[in-house]
Write a protein of this length. Structure first.
Length: 74
């Protein structure tokens, strides 16, 4: 069952029971990502590391060229 199908079943059940409607799937995804970023920045400050853009730094590390011919490689 997909998230949309489950949402439709939960919405129907809530309307039958007079309960509040459930939030649609994916509504809070951006807020969760922002909270995770803020938490990582906070942890960086506590650890004495730089707290700027931890996700960008991780992406930069993943995109960095590797191998014997890369700058700084073996």
């Amino acid at each position: 069952m997909t998230a949309i199908e489950q949402y439709l079943i939960d919405t129907w059940r809530a309307s039958q029971q007079g309960a509040p409607m459930p939030p649609p799937p994916g509504r809070d995804d951006v807020a969760v990502l922002r909270a995770a970023r803020t938490y990582e920045q906070f942890q960086a400050v506590l650890d004495g590391r730089e707290a700027r853009h931890p996700w960008r730094a991780a992406l930069r590390r993943l995109a960095a060229p590797r191998g014997p011919h890369a700058p700084g490689g073996m």
